[in-house]
Structure formats: C-alpha cells, structure tokens
Ligand binder design. Structure first.
Ligand code: ADP
Length: 491
C-alpha cells in the first residue's frame, strides 16, 4: 500500500511540494520561487506557465531527491493562493492573459461603483464584501479588456479557474475542470448557503456560466495525473484554499476553534460549524471545508501587513539583516517606550477596510531607536490580531484557544505578547507546515488512510503553549494607545 501523501502548496511567491507520511509527519520538501509582475501601480500578475512549471518541477524534485517512487504516493492534495484568477482557452489550453493575483487592485473602481443594493446582494449570498481582492471583478476585467475574450467566452470556448483549477487542468492533461467549495467561496460568484454558482451574481458581473469549474467537496476524486509527469497516474484527492487548509492542518474541526497564520499577512479563521454566521463587524463569512456534502463555515479576518512589516524593517529601513533578529532586539526595548507603528502601507484590512489609510510611526522621542521601532512593528501584529478578536467578540464569538502557524511563529517574544494581549492560550504545533498538512490530511481521508476528522484531530500535537499573564489594566492601556494611533492614520 502506498505510504506517502504529496501536498502541492502553491503560494503567492513560491510553489512547494511536500511529502507527508501516513502519520502526518513531514518527510521531504522542495520549493521554487517564481517571478512577480507589476505592470502598473496596483497591478500584480503571475505567468500561469511559471506557476505550473514550478509545481511540476518541485513535485518531480521532491520525489527524486527523497528517492520515493510514484507508486508509494497514495494521493496528491492541492492548496493554493486564493482568489487569483486565470482564464484559458479550452482547446489550446493557453491562458488568454497572465494570472491576476489576489493583491491586484485594478478593479477597485469597478467594485466601488456597484450599486449599494447589488453590494448587499453579493454579501448576502457569498459572505464576502464586494472588493477587487476576489475573483469576479478580475474575470469581468479580462472579458472586457482582452481582445476577443468576450465573444469566445460567450461561445463556451474559455474556462475560468482559481489556481487549484488551473493545476488540476494541467495535471490531468486538460481532462478535468474542477475546483473545491472553499476556493469557489472566494470568487464572489458562489452562493455559500445553497452551494451553487449563482445566476444572479453571474448576471451582475456578466460572466457566462460555461466558464466555471465543477465544484467538489474538499476530499473528492478531482482526477488523475497524466502518467508521464510522475511515472504513474497519481490521483488528486483533495483541494482547499490556503487558509482553509491551515485550519484543517491545525485540526480546528470543532465549532469555536480558531487558527491564525502569521506569514506575509495574517489570517485569523474561526470555525462556526454548520452555521454561516454573518458578521456585523466587517469580518468575512466563508466555507471552512465541505466533506461528504456537509459544509462547515468559518469567520475570517485578514491583516495585510504582518511578516511583511518585518520584511520592510529588513529591506526598506535596513534595521536588521534577518527577520529572526527582531526577537532579541524587541526584547531589549520591551513595551514601555510609547512608540507605535501602524503598518497601513496598503491601507488597513479587517475590521477597518480602509484602503486610503497610510502607515505611520508615532510616539517617537529622543530615546527612541532601532529596538523600539522593531518592538513597535512586532506589537502591531499583536494589536491587529486583537482588533480581529474584538470584532469576533462583538459578533458573539469567543475563541478560548488560538492555534498559530506561519513563518512569524518562530518568534517567542511575539507569541508571548500575543497571549498577553489577547488573554488567550496561544498554541504552536509541532508541524508548522499546517497548510500543506491540511490537504495531506484531506487527501488521506479520501484515500482511506484516515477514517475521520476525529482521527486527524488526534494526530495534532502542541509544541508550545503560551499563556497570557499580563494584568488587564496594562493590556487595556497598551491597546487603547494602539487604537489612538490607528485613529490618527485613518483617512
Ligand atoms: P508566506 O507564506 O506568506 O510567504 P511565511 O509563512 O513563510 O510567509 O513567513 C515569512 C514571514 O515571516 C516573513 O514576512 C518574515 O518577515 C516573517 N518572519 C520569519 N521569521 C520571523 C521571526 N523570527 N520573527 C518575526 N518575523 C519573522
């Protein structure tokens, strides 16, 4: 019996292929970065062929370097950067344009020009806000701006996919045009309550239904890889968007369980079970996962600048050579310096959704130095998390535990402060590659390696638990100062 599960983690800046054992242990991995294209201010594109080639190469490399035969791989799971939009010709397989990346703002005006009642209709049906971030307006842009695209789409000649769909299409040699419910739920076209592509939304964005992929459960038969790629027709048995995959990799299967991934940005997601709760505080409602036709929903809040703020300290201000140096320097400065950094470099995400706010460092004195700025940068990640926690609490949701992952969780100073300010138990798992692990679990479920989500939950292991110890007065005083700083930068 095949012993390994192969996860494809197709991210915004790189693609990774990770082999997991049947016990959910990381066995080997390979990674490849690819080019980012910024053709105009606010535009972000990827070449779909770069994405595909980096995925194919990393999969082939991880198998070769770890000397594992394709016959030993039970299944492939795919997790991916969400919302990024690709449209291709179904006969030639050629994309009609580059992939328009989730960060791309070219359709911001189009989105804000929609009528208020249309915006409400979209939110009610999709759980999202009308924003350039999601796929629908990107598809509309492609159909309106690429020569001949509208006519071809009307003739049924063009296919749309998020990155998962495009990879399935490529891996199966153009046989399957499919996606999963979590990726579909980020397009602004999928009715998350009824589980179908919604005709009213398709009409609103003027998108022909024939372009859309078939929507499957997260664990399902998505198709088989063309044998020539890996030497065997390995089945693709799982797909989930990156944040949803991390929720699963953190085994947050019960209502009320929450995870936050601290990478370039940060994404806090709370499982709300069978109920699609609609936030009154600008958090998004999304599909957490769909298994055996049964949907679990989640509330999600996103922070645009988390690790990216530390990158800016490194590459922009050149205060550090490596992100890992931030921990010791912030520790030296502590919390009593009164410096606050609001990282609104590209506006503020949830719960503010203020696209026009810009960043600032406040409270500088002659005593302020590099360490204080670094401390303030790390603190900003914590206070933004607190903003999301507050919004969730105002919506009646109170997670008791926060499971964390992503590159930043190597920083103990950050996680200690997070536990203090959120006054919650912060848990870091043994396997921090939770995104890839999540789809390995899902593929294992479909392959019969795991029998239930309960069994998967048993495999999750805590590496370290951070418990909040800060007196509530101090916590509140720090957070009030943060709120005052945010108020100063809001447009
Ligand atoms: P992504 O998947 O979004 O590319 P990762 O999960 O790989 O991001 O995390 C990388 C981010 O984490 C970088 O932005 C980096 O600045 C930050 N980071 C890495 N190590 C540390 C650390 N020890 N302290 C603070 N930030 C860190």
């Amino acid at each position: 019996m095949a012993k390994y599960l192969l996860s494809i983690d197709q991210g915004t800046t790189s693609s990774r292929a990770i082999l997991f054992t049947e016990a959910g242990q990381l066995h080997a991995s390979a990674q490849q970065e690819f080019a980012q294209h910024f053709p105009q201010d606010g535009w972000v594109e990827h070449n779909p062929d770069d994405i595909w080639q980096s995925v194919l190469k990393t999969c082939q490399r991880v198998l070769k370097e770890s000397d594992i035969a394709a016959t030993d791989v039970a299944a492939i799971g795919i997790t991916n950067q969400r919302e990024t939009t690709i449209v291709w010709d179904k006969t030639t397989g050629k994309p009609i344009y580059n992939a328009i990346v989730w960060q791309d703002r070219r359709t911001a005006e189009y989105c804000s020009a929609l009528a208020d009642n249309d915006k409400k209709l979209v939110s009610d049906k999709t759980g999202l806000l009308v924003d350039a971030y999601f796929s629908a307006s990107k598809i509309a842009w492609l159909l309106a701006n690429v020569d001949g695209a509208r006519a071809k789409a009307e003739q049924g000649q063009l296919l749309f996919g998020t990155v998962d769909s495009y990879l399935i299409w490529q891996l199966t040699g153009g046989r399957e045009h499919r996606t999963d419910a979590t990726n579909a739920s980020r397009t602004l076209l999928f009715n998350i309550h009824q589980q179908y592509w919604d005709d009213e939304l398709l009409t609103l964005f003027n998108i022909p239904k024939a372009m859309l992929p078939e929507v499957m459960d997260c664990s399902a038969e998505f198709g088989k890889c063309k044998p020539e790629f890996f030497g065997r027709d390995i089945p693709i048995l799982a797909v989930a968007g990156d944040q949803q995959a991390a929720l699963i990799g953190q085994a947050c299967f019960d209502k009320g369980m929450a995870k936050c991934t601290y990478g370039t940005g940060a994404f806090l997601m709370l499982n709300t079970g069978e109920q699609a709760l609609s936030s009154q505080h600008k958090l998004l409602t999304t599909i957490a996962y769909r298994l055996n036709g049964q949907v679990s929903y989640a509330i999600e809040g996103s922070i645009f600048m988390a690790g990216a703020t530390i990158q800016w300290l490194r590459d922009g201000l050149k205060l550090i050579n490596d992100a890992s140096e931030s921990e010791a320097l912030a520790k030296k400065a502590g919390l009593d310096h009164g410096v606050f950094l609001v990282p609104a470099f590209t506006g503020l995400g949830a719960p503010y959704w203020d696209a026009d706010a810009r960043g600032a460092i406040l409270g500088l004195t002659r005593d302020s130095g590099i360490n204080e700025i670094i401390s303030a940068a790390l603190q900003s990640v914590v206070y933004q998390s607190k903003d999301l926690q507050n919004a969730m609490e105002l919506d009646g949701l109170k997670p008791q535990v926060l499971r964390v992952d992503g590159g930043m969780v190597a920083n103990n100073w950050l996680l200690t402060l997070l536990a203090d300010v959120l006054n919650i138990s912060v848990q870091r798992p043994v396997v921090v590659e939770t995104t890839a692990l999540g789809v390995a679990y899902l593929a294992g479920l479909q392959a019969g390696i795991f029998t239930s989500t309960e069994q998967i939950a048993q495999l999750w292991q805590c590496q370290h638990k951070f418990v909040g110890k800060m007196p509530s007065q101090e916590r509140q005083a720090l957070y009030n100062k943060w709120l005052a700083a945010v108020a100063k930068v809001q447009a």
